[in-house]
Design a protein around this ligand. Structure first.
Ligand SMILES: Cc1ncc(COP(=O)(O)O)c(C=O)c1O
Length: 365
């Protein structure tokens, strides 16, 4: 994404989407085409602009259904948002031609595809706008990117979030790493200062509670989920920008691919599940390893209870979207479990996940 064009660093991917719509002057009465397989933070920025989300179908391999999309275009349709699900590419040339033919803006959703390329060109360089989500790939708690290969984004106003946020962004990232037992030396060095910080925070909170009724939480907390209009112009923290721009990209790509390959090898051919993408194309750097479960309801709880860090993309779709609009999306959001293939995962951790899935599937059969 860093090589895809003009870019702005913002708080999250959904804020980048809001800014893209604003930059394109999409607003009241306009319609934006969104996939039925989505998370709510992809819809909220559209509604924030006063535009109407119009949902379209996707195919079982997560490619977008251009025939269905065509049937939903009206004189008010302005843009099409297409995600590279889990880091695997859409047919960007086909979408580009489609959008040009229908005079639509193509917003390339690279929230799952920070790295990698399609036919030698970086993800994010095919849309009129592209958005990315740094915190999904790097050890940071905030961070989104708005990118455009063809448009000048320099006039978009963004502002620093202030010292408190900058400090929190750094401390939270470290605490997160410590929680996962990473950075052992730093963990030792920071142990006492962090304990002191927690103690002081607890005392301050107690003093506030003694003072009167609870106050609403500040909207600027690092690592909050979802779209927040109050943060639309907030810059990515300095710490997160440093990590995002300085991290060893080649190494990250290599390790994520190797971890994906390990999970693929360990979980292919296991009864009761199948990998959504059984091959890993060159130039793809996956966001996660998506596995399709035959009986998701029987597996999800037991796996979670074992501590396996799984999530389901699209588990909570936009409430106004009828589930029957796209049966494929409904099924994917139930059946596809995402397993991490993060660059810092160690072999024993991957193998433990593989064993946990195998044992859980075996136990319910
Ligand atoms: C496909 C997709 N697009 C956009 C977003 C929004 O990104 P962010 O969480 O950085 O706001 C997400 C978030 O999960 C996503 O999965």
């Amino acid at each position: 994404m860093l090589d895809a064009g003009s870019l702005r660093y913002v708080n999250r991917g959904c804020m980048a989407l809001g800014l893209a719509l604003e930059h394109a002057q999409i607003g009241d009465g306009d319609e934006v085409l969104l996939p039925a397989y989505h998370c709510i933070s992809m819809v909220e920025p559209v509604v924030w602009r006063g535009a109407r989300p119009v949902f379209y179908r996707i195919n079982a391999d997560t490619t977008i259904d251009l025939t269905d999309i065509e049937s939903r275009i009206t004189s008010r349709t302005r843009a099409l948002l297409a995600p590279h699900y889990f880091g695997f590419p859409q047919d960007v040339q086909g979408i580009r031609r489609f959008c040009d033919a229908h005079r639509l803006l193509f917003i390339e959703d690279c929230a799952h595809a920070f790295f990698g390329a399609i036919d030698g060109k970086p993800f994010g360089s095919f849309g009129d706008y592209a958005i990315a989500s740094a915190w999904k790939f790097f050890p940071v708690c905030d961070g989104g990117l708005l990118v455009s290969a063809g448009r000048d984004l320099s006039r978009i106003e963004t502002r620093s979030a202030g010292l408190r946020f900058e400090a929190k962004a750094m401390i939270n990232a470290l605490e997160y790493a410590f929680e996962y037992r990473r950075l052992p030396v730093a963990r030792l060095l920071f142990k006492v200062p962090l304990m002191l910080k927690d103690f002081l925070l607890r005392r301050a909170r107690q003093a506030l509670a003694d003072d009167g009724p609870p106050r609403p939480q500040a909207a600027e907390d690092v690592g909050d989920w979802g779209f927040d209009a109050a943060l639309i112009r907030q810059k990515m923290s300095l710490f997160s920008r440093c990590v995002t721009t300085r991290a060893a990209r080649r190494r990250i790509g290599k390790r994520r691919r190797a971890n994906y390959a390990r999970l693929l090898q360990g979980l292919s051919g296991v009864a009761g599940c199948r990998p959504l993408f059984p091959t890993l194309p060159e130039q793809v750097v996956p966001h996660v390893f998506p596995l399709v479960m035959e009986e998701p309801e029987r597996i999800f709880g037991p796996l979670k209870r074992r501590g396996v860090p799984i999530i389901r993309f699209g588990e909570y779709p936009w409430p106004d979207m009828p589930a029957e609009l796209c049966p494929v999306s409904r099924d994917l959001s139930r059946q596809v479990f995402q397993f991490p293939c993060h660059q810092e995962l160690q072999l024993p951790e991957l193998d433990w996940m593989i064993d946990s899935v195998r044992q859980t599937l075996h136990a319910v059969r």
